[in-house]
Unconditional design. Structure first.
Length: 451
């Protein structure tokens, strides 16, 4: 066995594309047109077909007699997968299925805990992952062992053939190995995510799949003769501009880094049309491996209100082509700025000589302290709550609720006007119209009059 350092990877591996596919995909096979995959865990009786042209996966078949797929291969006419029958004393089975899911043939393998199967001109490569160390076997089509070697790691999950070489994914090591057919490791790469569980070669590209158990998986298309793969990082992923005065702006410089092995090309930033955000950065930007660039995002509010937006930094990273950044902030007006959302209020019909209270909410939309000097009402049937005292200080974006009572003394309609004086230079006197009606009401025994 030739020892191999997993960190000394060949730099000529390029991820061409990545796709999200259903379930915890397990095992990959290529029939000359489509990629097929099974499922490990929930939905383990289902097998899918992936169209390499459209990037879409569709259900090929389901068979309730199948519990899980432990590796998958194509023999030129049918799919084969590894099945683990109930009971650890029972050997795993190499299982041939039709494209409609009918089980056509099986033969016993060497151990129970086996995963990974690759058809190789009438023979098969299969793997044992327990007990350690794992073993890779070459067998004939009846399971007779022709050759074997110790696996390069302890949890080999799937195997495929590329000419005189084998590719293997290791589920626990999160690694992809390339060996010759005697088991000597000649190359290897770290998986993008955890738990790689399927691998196939289509004659030009290598495909592998990884991802957490009981969730969707990611399928990768690999150019083995590429120049590397860009890998984008954007910081920060969340930013608060704070309060920004209307007519001014605040800028954020996003740090965009390339942790990959090929040039990262940042093509632009997708900003929601409604958001008062912009970027003066000229695109595209090319960022070499292990280098970085800055992308400015400017918040220039045009009116009072909240900013809560998600922008996307777009690039040629085949795994994360769009990286989201959440941006929040608030546009405020210049100086103290009084506002109410209730320019008028109608108390409705109120019993004669009763009292009812309504709260006038006053907001400071400005960036400076708002001082309320006085609140006057021109009709004595509308009364300012005795708890109100002056001056009243309202900080930026703060509110104050002033209680105003209505006390009808006759059966008639009342109108009045509230005048709020403040230090707002643009609206020093805010007015609010009031209305209410006094009515006579005869109460029946037991009727609620106060709560």
């Amino acid at each position: 066995m030739v020892f191999f350092c997993a960190t000394a990877q060949n730099r000529e591996w390029s991820i061409v594309a990545s796709y999200t596919i259903p379930g915890k995909a397990s095992g990959l096979a290529y029939d000359g047109e489509y990629i097929y995959f099974g499922i490990y865990g929930s939905g383990g009786d289902s097998f899918y077909k992936f169209d390499t042209e459209t990037g879409q996966a569709t259900l090929q078949f389901s068979n309730p007699a199948i519990d899980d797929c432990f590796g998958l291969t194509w023999d030129g006419q049918y799919l084969w997968f590894v099945d683990q029958p109930s009971g650890s004393s029972n050997p795993a089975l190499a299982t041939k299925v039709s494209m409609s899911g009918d089980i056509l043939e099986t033969f016993a393998l060497q151990d129970h805990y086996m995963s990974g199967i690759a058809w190789d001109e009438g023979q098969f490569w299969v793997g044992t992952y327990y007990p350690d160390p794992g073993t890779v076997y070459q067998t004939d089509d009846q399971g007779t062992v022709l050759n074997q070697f110790v696996a390069p790691d302890e949890q080999i999950w799937d195997i495929c053939v590329q000419d005189e070489f084998l590719w293997m994914v290791d589920y626990n090591a999160n690694f992809i190995y390339k060996t010759d057919k005697d088991g000597n490791v000649v190359d290897g790469y770290s998986a993008e995510n955890i738990k790689p569980s399927g691998i196939a070669f289509d004659g030009q590209y290598l495909w592998y799949v990884d991802g957490q158990l009981s969730s969707e998986s990611t399928l990768y298309k690999i150019d083995l003769g590429g120049s590397g793969t860009p890998e984008i990082s954007v910081q920060p992923s969340f930013y608060n501009y704070g309060d920004v005065t209307v007519g001014t702006s605040e800028s954020l410089n996003l740090l965009v880094e390339n942790f990959g092995t090929d040039d990262l090309i940042v093509t632009g930033v997708d900003i929601p049309a409604w958001a008062p955000l912009s970027s003066s950065t000229q695109f595209p930007i090319t960022i070499l491996p292990d280098e970085s660039a800055s992308v400015d995002i400017t918040f220039a509010p045009q009116y009072y209100g909240e900013l809560n937006a998600v922008i996307s930094v777009e690039s040629n990273d085949p795994v994360n082509s769009e990286v989201d950044v959440e941006l929040i902030g608030f546009g405020v007006e210049d100086g103290p700025a009084i506002y109410t959302g209730s320019p008028s209020h109608n108390y409705g019909q109120i019993r004669e000589k009763a009292y009812t209270r309504w709260y006038l909410t006053l907001v400071n939309r400005g960036d400076d302290m708002l001082t309320l000097d006085n609140i006057e009402i021109d009709n004595p049937n509308f009364i300012l709550d005795e708890s109100v005292s002056f001056p009243i200080l309202i900080p930026s974006r703060g509110t104050y609720d002033a209680g105003i009572w209505f006390h009808p003394t006759a059966y008639t309609t009342y109108t009045g006007q509230v005048s709020v004086t403040s230090n707002d230079p643009d609206d020093p006197t805010l007015t609010v119209d009031l209305e209410g009606e006094g009515i006579f009401h005869i109460y029946t025994m037991g009727e609620m009059i106060w709560e």
